[in-house]
Design a protein around this ligand. Structure first.
Ligand SMILES: NC(=O)c1ccc[n+]([C@@H]2O[C@H](COP(=O)([O-])OP(=O)(O)OC[C@H]3O[C@@H](n4cnc5c(N)ncnc54)[C@H](OP(=O)(O)O)[C@@H]3O)[C@@H](O)[C@H]2O)c1
Length: 289
């Protein structure tokens, strides 16, 4: 069993940045995967243990190369923790009826196939670490509700949730634990309502259908983010460390963030119909005709 080491994707911004910085401060050996954004914030005040690795998780070769770099740095020790954090949103806007399939595939290539690629490439290193090695899949609290006409992201996170469930059983015999982190309400470049998103969203639906959808619901996401509280990446990273990374044993999933903790409970106790009524009201969607 080696030292505390982590490979985390999407570490230049948001939740990934918060966690990478936190673990670096705690003395971990951090391998920080970054894509297009310069890791300026990440490197500011970072220790010399932290290694930045440029990796686009939609690219097979780059992912394999990232794993080779980490393997070479860690030698026989193996990797303790893999955090599949990177994702995109808003690439494939629109209702199922009109969503652009090429855009949907491109988004899925990052949000679902990305973690598949990364997990395949890094599992040998985790197995080398042995008992105590862990994988955290960052999914989303959006798997607990439906955002009509904004489904692609949630659908991809549902797929990632299924992958997490499956993987947990498969790798448990090697002593590797797998969990899903289901965030919500963290202030990052991905969250918050932006007017240009609304325009982009509506423009993705061809006329005359656009008008029909506009009459059926307001912009998906607006109802959720208006007046919604967000927490900082620092506060969030603290919680992730205390509740997940330092836990003796991992729970199968952690729904973590402001206002999202009760979502799994609501799913257990309420009927599908009651849940839909609540979310329809929250998201300002018209009742069924
Ligand atoms: N913030 C929340 O409240 C919230 C809620 C639910 C779920 N999440 C999940 O939390 C995770 C982190 O998101 P965030 O909120 O922290 O947003 P974020 O700051 O936008 O982080 C996403 C990161 O993923 C990277 N990334 C995107 N495409 C990539 C690719 N092809 N290859 C490698 N890296 C790529 C981005 O780098 P570039 O910008 O350089 O491409 C970015 O650093 C995501 O999985 C997200 O779905 C967050």
């Amino acid at each position: 069993m080696g030292d505390n080491s982590v490979f985390i994707t999407g570490a230049a911004t948001g939740i990934g940045l918060g966690i990478a910085r936190k673990l670096d401060q705690l003395g971990w050996r951090v391998f920080a995967g970054v894509n297009r954004t310069a890791p300026t914030e990440l490197l500011h005040g970072a220790s010399d243990r932290l290694t930045v690795i440029r990796v686009n998780i939609a690219d097979d070769e780059q992912v394999k190369q990232a794993a080779a770099t980490v393997r070479q740095a860690l030698g026989a020790n193996g990797l303790k923790l893999l955090i599949n954090n990177a994702a995109v949103s808003g690439v494939a806007p629109g209702p199922v009826e009109t969503v652009n399939i090429a855009d949907f595939k491109a988004e899925m290539d990052v949000n679902f196939w990305g973690p598949v690629r990364v997990t395949q490439a890094f599992l040998p290193l985790l197995r080398q670490y042995g008992r105590g090695a862990r994988i955290i899949m960052v999914t989303s609290a959006s798997i607990y509700f439906t955002i009509p006409a904004g489904g692609s992201y949630a659908i991809e996170k549902h797929a990632l949730t299924a992958l997490t469930e499956h993987l947990r059983m498969e790798v448990a015999p090697f002593g590797i634990e797998v969990t899903a982190l289901e965030p919500g309400g963290v202030r990052t470049p991905m969250t918050g309502f932006r007017p240009e998103q609304e325009t982009h969203f509506w423009n993705s639906i061809p006329q005359p259908l656009r008008q029909q959808y506009q009459e059926a619901f307001e912009y998906p996401g607006k109802g959720l983010s208006e007046g919604f509280e967000f927490e900082s990446i620092e506060t969030y990273a603290d919680k992730v460390y205390k509740q997940i990374i330092s836990a003796k044993r991992l729970r199968p999933r952690y729904t973590l963030g402001i206002g999202v903790g009760m979502l799994p409970w609501m799913h257990r106790v309420l009927s599908k119909r009651a849940l839909e009524r609540i979310f329809r009201r929250l998201l300002r969607v018209k009742a069924p005709a």
